[in-house]
Design a protein around this ligand. Structure first.
Ligand code: 3HC
Length: 670
């Protein structure tokens, strides 16, 4: 066969093998090959059973997402799976790697499934704003019941082989290194038995489980269309025959596929992978620097969180503080965080000891001499950082990468305080650094290509999504935050309330609005600390000790459980400021808030791109989704601007007197 699918005979068992790197996606050629392979096996009377497996690192990882939205080619997946389902010879899926989406559905169309212990099975389509549209929503409830099916389709997390066997998704867990032989043996055991078809089973309705699922996941699913569509399909599996359920699934799938949300979520899938690529660096010809030991300076919230990333990935960390009590406090918090995760079952019981065993706390910078990468997470002050980098220059071994966790400062200036600016890079983690997925990797003017490539590869190892940013105040994320905050402050003076502005942002899908964020981060951050110098509403709040959640008072009043309520005192402060500035109060519409707080972010993103401080518009989207909670279903600010329409965004910006980025005006943002 010319397709990426071949067959091999083992006496009376035919093994059909797909070999379509990198992930055996079920593209047209693979489907064509499968169709031909099954025809061969079913038409040959000497073949009594069929095994389906894949070469390479994984069983089918799903439909080929690059085909979505393009004219159909070759046989459809439904057609292939339908023929498999109806086959009168037992078909066994032999699974390794990740059987995901259409891949999992292909396994479900087989009559049996065997898997190696390291395999995982899942239907992550919901994360692409879709549902398993090749029978997954109809077969899963019939096989594993409504409760387990809901978790799989509407949350989308994969299930490891052992758990899959427990819920009935996998028939047998086989040897890690003997998948094919074990699958053939298993297939032979089934010859002569009636062929079990999931499509012929019934799924029992479980309205209580559905309601409990909706309730338990309401927050996670807020704003997304796909989870509810998945739930509807699972319900359909319980109240109508298979063929009708398949029809319903198809209709729901097509609705999602045509919608903006799925387009946004698919955009993010590719954006995230694209972000890892550096335009002028060829990963094949770039030798990475080995990173076996990391130094972290600062054991505060940031330094501790940063260290945990490496420890969790099995990389040794030396952590430095100036005072013993601060060092003890920092490492104590890290241990407590690990233990809390273990108690919740998120990590293995021995993981805290394992991770903490890789940590060397010290009071001496000299102990960083053997580190391959040193990250400073100290006070955000240029003089402090320059002095520190000057010291590191003398201590660090040749070839060590020197990184700053600065969130705003000029990395070139920091690099200039060393004799090796080519080894200096920014690694901007987001708080809490052990949880947040984003890492902005700041490329200085002189940063060496292999340094950048090493840090990007390391980011993947510690499970971060890394984006390259150029040297500019606040890099990508914080630079875009700045015009939003300025406008939000002006809107307060003109008549909007903190709660109105925040509500617009939360309704848009952000986890919180600008003032809720200020209260969480601390109203006193960046404050000049002189209570007599009151030049802004924020100064007035800080002067009164309204420092945010930590003081139970900021832009909102908080109860002991940190529940916010609008603050009459803040309303007075705003009123006072307004009258002193002789400003008239007017009604502000929600649309104006969108135009003045969200559109300027898009504008700033376009300016960043024009200045070459981000590689591509989709990188800006990745930053805002993974670093600041921009709603995934809106695809990030730059993708959203496209769906709003550039003309509308430009008109909105011009109406409010903003200087608009040229590429936004021309519709050429890239
Ligand atoms: N279609 C097309 N390309 C895919 C793909 C897919 N389903 N899955 C992965 N790829 C591509 C990636 O874009 C990447 O391409 P690149 O090298 O050019 O950037 C390459 O394969 C390797 O992918 P990763 O970098 O993600 O490799 P990892 O080893 O880190 O992860 C994976 C492998 C776990 C399989 C991960 O790629 C993944 O989660 N893939 C998507 C799985 C998925 O969502 N499947 C459902 C698809 S929708 C569907 O099946 C609809 C059906 O119900 C009808």
């Amino acid at each position: 066969m010319t397709f990426p699918v071949r067959t091999e005979r083992h006496d009376d068992v035919l093994v059909i093998i797909s070999d379509s790197p990198p992930v055996n996606a079920l593209g047209a050629d693979v489907r064509e090959g499968l169709k031909a392979g099954f025809e061969e096996g079913l038409n040959d009377a000497s073949i009594k059973a069929i095994v389906l497996r894949c070469d390479g690192k994984t069983f089918f990882a799903g439909a080929d997402i690059t085909e979505f939205g393009k004219p159909p080619r070759g046989p459809g997946l439904h057609e292939v799976l339908d023929a498999m389902d109806k086959a009168d010879k037992p078909i066994v899926a032999a699974i390794h790697g990740t059987a995901l989406g259409g891949g999992c559905e292909t396994a479900l169309a087989c009559h049996y499934r065997v898997a190696v212990p390291s395999a995982v099975l899942g239907t992550p389509e919901v994360k692409l704003g879709l549902l398993p549209g090749a029978g997954g929503t109809q077969r899963l409830p019939r096989l594993v019941g409504v409760k387990a099916a809901l978790e799989m389709v509407a949350i989308g997390d994969p299930v490891p082989a052992k758990k899959a066997a427990e819920i009935g998704l996998v028939d047998r867990v086989v040897g890690e290194d003997s998948l094919e032989a074990d699958a053939i043996a298993f297939a032979r055991e089934q010859i002569g038995k009636p062929v079990p078809r999931i499509s012929e089973k019934t799924a029992t309705a479980d309205p209580e489980a559905v309601e409990a699922f909706r309730k338990a996941n309401a927050r996670k699913m807020r704003g997304f269309d796909a989870p509810e569509a998945n739930i509807r399909c699972v319900e359909a599996a319980t109240d109508r025959p298979f063929a009708e359920g398949m029809k319903f699934e198809r209709e729901e799938f097509m609705k999602l596929m045509m919608g903006t949300q799925s387009a946004a979520q698919r955009h993010l899938f590719f954006a995230e992978r694209q972000a890892a690529k550096i335009d002028d660096i060829d990963p094949k010809t770039t030798t990475l620097r080995p990173i076996n030991k990391v130094g972290v300076i600062g054991a505060g919230t940031m330094g501790g969180g940063i260290s945990m990333n490496f420890l969790s990935a099995g990389i040794a960390v030396t952590i430095v503080e100036m005072q013993q009590d601060a060092l003890d406090r920092g490492t104590g918090v890290m241990r407590k965080n690990y233990e809390a995760s273990a108690a919740k079952g998120r990590i293995k019981p021995d993981a805290p000891d394992k991770a903490m065993g890789l940590l060397t706390p010290t009071l001496s910078l000299d102990d960083l001499a053997d580190c391959d990468l040193i990250i400073e997470a100290v006070y955000e002050n240029m003089d402090v950082k320059k002095e520190l980098f000057g010291k590191l220059d003398k201590i660090a071994k040749p070839g060590a990468i020197l990184a700053s966790n600065t969130s705003y400062l000029n990395v070139d200036e920091i690099a200039a305080s060393t004799s090796r600016p080519e080894d200096v890079v920014g690694m901007h983690f987001f708080s809490p650094a052990n949880v947040m997925k984003l890492l902005e990797v700041v490329r200085g003017e002189k940063t060496a290509k292999d340094v950048l490539a090493t840090v990007m590869a390391l980011a993947k190892k510690i499970r971060k999504v890394a984006v390259v940013a150029g040297v500019t105040h606040g890099f990508i994320g914080n630079r875009m935050l700045s015009p939003r905050q300025q406008e939000a402050n002006k809107l307060l003076m003109e008549g909007a309330t903190p709660e109105q502005i925040d509500k617009v942002h939360v309704d848009f899908g952000m986890p919180m609005g600008p003032f809720q964020m200020a209260d969480l981060a601390g109203v006193d951050i960046g404050w000049h600390r002189d209570p007599t110098r009151v030049e802004s509403i924020r100064d007035a709040l800080a002067a009164e000790g309204r420092w945010g959640q930590k003081k139970q008072a900021g832009f909102y009043d908080y109860d002991e459980k940190r529940n916010p309520t609008p603050s009459p005192r803040v309303a007075e402060i705003i009123e006072d400021f307004r009258s002193k500035s002789n400003m008239a109060k007017r009604d502000i519409t929600d649309q104006e808030i969108v135009e003045r707080t969200l559109y300027p972010m898009v504008n700033e993103g376009a300016l960043i791109l024009e200045e070459g401080k981000a590689q591509r518009a989709s990188d800006v989207d990745v930053v805002w989704i993974y670093g600041y909670g921009w709603p995934v279903y809106r695809g990030g600010p730059m993708f959203w601007a496209k769906t709003e329409g550039y003309e509308k965004v430009v008109a909105g910006l011009e109406k409010h007197g903003f200087k608009v980025a040229q590429t936004l005006k021309d519709g050429t943002v890239k």
